[in-house]
Design a protein around this ligand. Structure first.
Ligand code: C2O
Ligand code: CU
Ligand code: CU
Length: 486
């Protein structure tokens, strides 16, 4: 990657660096003068927030507080950029609750603009979902509550204001929401000490201008803004000091439009243990896992004492995209470097299996629906806040055909449910997408078939959304809504 000596020295002197001999750089300059940041800053770990348990009407309620607010953040050391965060200047705390618990999230909007807080991947009543109808004005508040009723998983929360989601997420509004099961569940032997061997990793491309500020370019490309720098937990050039033999990374692609194909620079193999909605049936050995925007993967990697290894995003496989290296393909990015200590604490071996997942709903008894994704429309329609596209019965089995007819990628996310991918162009899905999912890629000219049960909560008034999670597409109306009513 070309970089002028002056730019290198400028960036180098601005940062506190644990420099390897030939420092990799996190800002990958194209034609613009993007400030490059050498690897060296310690990976920040978002604070773990278990909330406080309050009793309401004799029932314990785990209560969290989130205050979206504006601030500034230095992606490039010494260069402040406008930002947004929950309870701070960037990103938000990692919320954590267990299956069966009742939770409440008290939200206080301290931004100068309206926002919502959506709980992505959560199986909850539509009224608590935080979609585009749940706007909170500046100075306003909301307090959605529900009972956690799904397997352990890495979920996330982010704003969903119709038309400005890309901007608000891009400025920094995003956080993780971890769900746990009982102590002796099948995942109990996985690394689980938060911030030590169980590491949250929010990965986002950022388009930084020459002064280190976040820029948007929704018209520049059919995918919207594609960044030139990769932030891990908000930091370019981050290094994770590892102290254990095995490290679990909970990776979230929180980018607006970029696909990542995560692997290690030395091509070592690792195990993927969970997808969007929970554990896979068994640890899956891979050398790379591809994630479209909003997808998650939990992986466990083994380290040798004293080594350094780079988590890299390799050029993603974008199928029949045309031209082949367009739309964010053809690029490698370094994401975060893992520096193993000279001696590593032993970790439990991975279990051989976690347990079979239930069979997906039977397509023969399910309601079948088709959705064609084209341009910024689904089935020829643009999102209309006043239009409900269909109504389904609580808990009803559904099978959806989701088609992308464009020569570039989309993806699809459904609110309030976890689904299973039945097939892609009639063939079984790759094993990394065979478990619980709430978001799947839709590569060019691919027909995906998904199956799930509708949420069990009836509410004729509040809708759930389904949409492309490329945030520019979503903002431009590539979204529909349904209600669940008996
Ligand atoms: Cu991640 Cu409709 O959202
Ligand atoms: Cu969602
Ligand atoms: Cu799209």
């Amino acid at each position: 990657m070309p970089l002028t000596r002056r730019a290198f020295l400028r960036a180098f002197s601005a940062a506190a660096v644990l420099a390897p001999a030939a420092p990799a750089l996190a800002g990958c300059a194209g034609t613009e003068d993007v400030p490059a940041v050498p690897f060296g800053a310690r990976l920040p770990i978002p604070p773990l927030d278990r909330g406080t348990v309050e009793t309401s009407g004799g029932i314990p309620v785990r209560t969290f507080r989130l205050a979206p607010q504006a601030g500034t953040h230095e992606y490039v050391p010494g260069k402040a950029a406008e930002s947004m965060g929950y309870n701070g200047a960037l990103l938000g705390p990692t919320l954590r609750a267990a299956r069966g618990e009742k939770v409440r999230v008290s939200i206080e909007n301290r931004l100068a603009e309206a926002t919502t807080v959506h709980f992505h991947g959560m199986m909850l009543p539509a009224a608590a979902d935080g979609g585009p109808h749940a706007m909170i004005d500046p100075g306003g508040s909301a307090a959605p509550e529900w009972t956690i009723d799904q397997p352990a998983a890495t979920l996330w929360y982010h704003p969903h204001p119709h038309g400005s989601t890309e901007k608000q997420v891009g400025l920094g509004l995003a956080g993780l929401f971890l769900l746990d099961e009982a102590q002796d569940g099948p995942g109990a032997s996985l690394p689980h000490e938060y911030g030590v061997d169980d590491i949250p990793l929010i990965v986002q491309d950022r388009r930084l201008d020459g002064s280190g500020k976040v820029a948007f370019d929704p018209s520049g490309n059919s995918l919207g803004t594609l960044g030139n720098s990769i932030a891990a937990n908000g930091t370019l050039g981050a290094v994770l000091p590892a102290t254990t033999q095995r490290v679990r990374l909970r990776i979230l692609n929180a980018s607006a439009g970029r696909w990542f194909k995560f692997g290690f620079a030395d091509h070592r193999r690792f195990h993927m243990v969970a997808s969007d909605g929970g554990l896979l049936a068994a640890p899956l050995e891979l050398d790379a896992v591809q994630l479209s925007p909003a997808e998650r993967a939990e992986i466990v990697v083994e380290l040798r004492p004293g080594e350094s290894v780079m988590l890299r995003s390799f050029a993603p496989d974008l199928g029949r995209v045309s031209p082949p290296d367009a739309f964010g393909g053809g690029r490698d990015f370094d994401v975060v470097r893992l520096d193993a200590a000279a001696s590593l604490a032993p970790s439990s071996p991975l279990p051989a299996a976690f347990g079979a997942l239930p069979e997906p709903v039977d397509a023969r008894t399910a309601t079948s629906r088709s959705f064609t994704f084209s341009g910024r429309q689904i089935n020829g329609r643009t999102m209309d806040m006043e239009r409900i596209d269909f109504t389904a019965a609580p808990g009803a089995p559904e099978v959806w055909f989701v088609d992308n007819v464009n020569p570039y990628q989309h993806n699809v996310h459904v609110h309030g449910v976890q689904f299973r991918l039945l097939d892609i162009n009639g063939a079984p899905p790759p094993p990394e997408r065979a478990g619980w999912k709430d978001t799947i890629p839709l590569l060019p000219r691919e027909r995906n078939r998904i199956a799930f049960r509708m949420p069990r909560y009836a509410d004729a008034e509040h809708p759930y959304m389904y949409h492309c999670h490329l945030l520019t597409h979503e903002d431009q109306g590539m979204m529909g809504q349904f209600t669940v009513a008996s």
